[in-house]
Write a protein that binds this ligand. Structure first.
Ligand code: PEP
Ligand code: MG
Length: 610
């Protein structure tokens, strides 16, 4: 406890910016990480009772997830995630392990559960495959939910907040976030997690500020501690001073004013200050997101990640289901282009209905087009859905991760077959649907001219292009500083692809994350791109950034950037030359200090928190 004479010491923590927004409020610490379980041996006559208790806990937890899933059915990927959690609670391996501990070792159900979860999670945690390692967190979380159902009284389970609160935890599950997210949550703060973890995605969807990866924060934060959370900078100040509070209030006011101003320009086509037209399209993961994209003024969809239709479910989506999803998106944006990417499964996106081989390096393995050509029936089903939807929509289709033109040619053969079949079935010719190639491995960038001959358009995926050019796993938090799409080696590949498009008169667009960052988007316009596909929420900010600068200035900066020797040189260049022009925009949209140290150092015009 503190008094006025001895206020608690201010501490600043830096984590990963997961969802923007600035708030000041009191913390509630959900310390669920290390709950104690009584390590009890049972007697023979108790065995059946303990088995029944475990079965009841499984039923209760999976029913709870499913009920939550129904509440968010329209909200996006969370519903299928909750179904996946329900299935994990019912998992056979977990059940067998728990039963073995109860029956053969005479452990209580709670103790048996702890032992079973620990050994399964440890096995997954040691896996080389990052997907499996990530699953070990899920197993831990499911175990915690089951343990809670076994040991806590009913009254302790639901979490309801009586006043506006910042929720802090070692690790927060998406289910916790959903339970709490509807009311009175000012922000989420966690010690672990990444920008792409499900809780972070959910926080963005709920528009709740969120900072994750705040190492050791729980040592300094107690329930009731006052925090200042900045979800755009990725900072948390514990026991903020009067200056911190005033700074937060100024930032909130500035962001609100900026948002209101930017929203007014929604209908205006994007142009540089000298009048060069740039089209801003949206990236989508699920059809329900199209309404948000429309609200932000998207001029179409530049990337629909169709593989999300296959995730967290036990069967592949049917032709009819995919057809409806594609038509729904297209109808929300009438006569605008909608670019469907054929399913990019494999690597770190595994669908239980689609078998992928066990591989030492899944990101270098049977992923995307390689998996599609291994499973031609699955691809044909999707392409038939595309052909059917093309009667009612302005569609384009593109193929991820191609590294040789043969792959594209093989997909084209299947697409022609799908078109011919649908033409016959519909009794009228299927409209033309351009077939494009995603340029996301260096081999494809180096062969951009050959691809431009074979494809009707090119779309550059810088998330993967940076990963494969720089040999850095894009999901690694430890190497995030090396995985910069601003690296000149990546920029030189972009320049080659843009040149090839120009030489062969093929449209080139870009749909990687760099285009959602205002400074990144300016650099891309300077390199010659005129169509960018970005996170829907970033459209107003990117538009405002483009409107402030002339294309000739951007071309000069881009020329200099391509000649740099490192990513940080490029980031410093952008920070020095362009950031001063975008002061207010960058204040509302600051990248995580972890991921873009160079840009952050330069681009914040007002003093960051002390
Ligand atoms: C990319 O790689 O840049 C891309 C847009 O595709 P994804 O992020 O889905 O791999
Ligand atoms: Mg990609």
């Amino acid at each position: 406890m503190s008094d006025r004479a001895n206020p608690p010491a201010r501490r600043l923590f830096k984590g990963i910016a997961a969802a923007p927004g600035v708030v000041v409020g009191a913390a509630l610490v959900l310390d669920r990480h290390e709950r104690r379980v009584v390590r009890r041996r049972i007697l023979e006559h108790e065995v059946d009772h303990e088995l029944e208790r475990f079965a009841a806990a499984v039923a209760k937890v999976s029913a709870g997830f499913r009920a939550l899933g129904l509440r968010v059915a329209e909200a996006g990927p969370e519903a299928s995630l909750l179904e996946a959690y329900a299935l994990m609670a019912e998992d056979d391996l977990l059940r067998r392990e728990v039963e073995r501990h109860i029956v053969h070792e005479r452990r209580s159900a709670s103790f048996a559960l702890v032992l079973a979860v620990r050994s399964i999670a440890r096995g997954l945690g040691d896996a080389r495959d990052p997907y499996l390692r990530e699953r070990s967190h899920d197993v831990g979380f499911i175990g915690e939910e089951l343990r809670r159902a076994l040991t806590l009284s009913e009254a302790e389970v639901p979490l309801a907040l009586e006043s506006p609160t910042i929720v802090v935890g070692y690790e927060l599950s998406p289910a916790d976030a959903l339970r709490l997210g509807s009311s009175n949550v000012l922000a989420f703060v966690t010690e672990v997690g990444s920008r792409t973890s499900h809780t972070a995605i959910l926080a963005r969807a709920l528009a709740v500020p969120c900072v994750v990866g705040l190492v050791d924060a729980l040592e300094a934060i107690e329930s009731g501690s006052v925090l200042c959370v900045d979800g755009a900078r990725g900072t948390v100040v514990v026991h903020p001073t009067a200056d911190d509070r005033a700074d937060a209030a100024r930032r909130v006011a500035r962001q609100e004013a900026l948002r209101a101003r930017l929203d007014e320009g929604r209908e205006r086509p994007t142009r540089t200050s000298c009048g060069v037209r740039v089209r801003l399209l949206a990236n989508l993961e699920l059809p329900s997101q199209v309404e948000v994209a429309k609200g932000h003024g998207a001029e179409g969809v530049g990337l629909f990640r169709t593989e999300f239709l296959y995730l967290d479910r036990t069967t592949s989506p049917s032709e009819e289901e995919q057809h409806q999803a594609f038509v729904r998106v297209a109808q929300a944006l009438p006569s605008r282009p909608v670019t469907l990417r054929t399913f990019d499964l494999g690597g770190d996106k595994l669908a239980s209905a689609v078998a992928t081989p066990r591989e030492a390096n899944p990101l270098l393995g049977t992923r995307a087009v390689r998996l599609q050509l291994r499973e031609p029936d699955l691809l044909l089903t999707q392409l038939r859905a595309v052909a059917r939807a093309s009667f009612d929509a302005n569609l384009r289709v593109m193929v991820p991760l191609v590294s040789s033109v043969d792959e594209l040619a093989q997909v084209r053969v299947l697409f022609e077959r799908a078109r011919a079949e649908i033409t016959l079935e519909a009794g009228r010719p299927v409209p033309h649907v351009p077939l494009g190639a995603m340029i996301e491995v260096p081999a494809a960038a180096l062969l951009a001219r050959e691809f431009a001959r074979e494809a009707e358009f090119l779309s550059i995926g810088t998330n993967d292009l940076a990963q494969y050019t720089l040999a850095v796993d894009r999901s690694s938090r430890a190497l995030a500083h090396l995985a910069s799409p601003y690296h000149p080696a990546v920029l030189r590949l972009l320049a080659m692809v843009i040149d090839a498009g120009r030489a062969l008169d093929r449209p080139v667009s870009l749909c990687g994350e760099i285009a959602s960052e205002p400074l990144g988007a300016l650099l891309l316009v300077g390199l010659g791109l005129r169509e960018l596909s970005i996170e829907a929420g970033a459209i107003p900010l990117v538009k405002a950034a483009i409107e402030r600068v002339a294309s000739s200035e951007l071309e000069d900066v881009a020329r200099e950037a391509v000649a740099c020797g490192s990513a940080s040189e490029v980031e410093l260049l952008l920070g020095r030359v362009l950031a001063p022009r975008l002061g207010d925009i960058l204040l509302a949209y600051a990248a995580s200090p972890e991921s873009r140290p160079g840009l952050l150092a330069q681009k914040l015009p007002s003093a960051p928190p002390k």
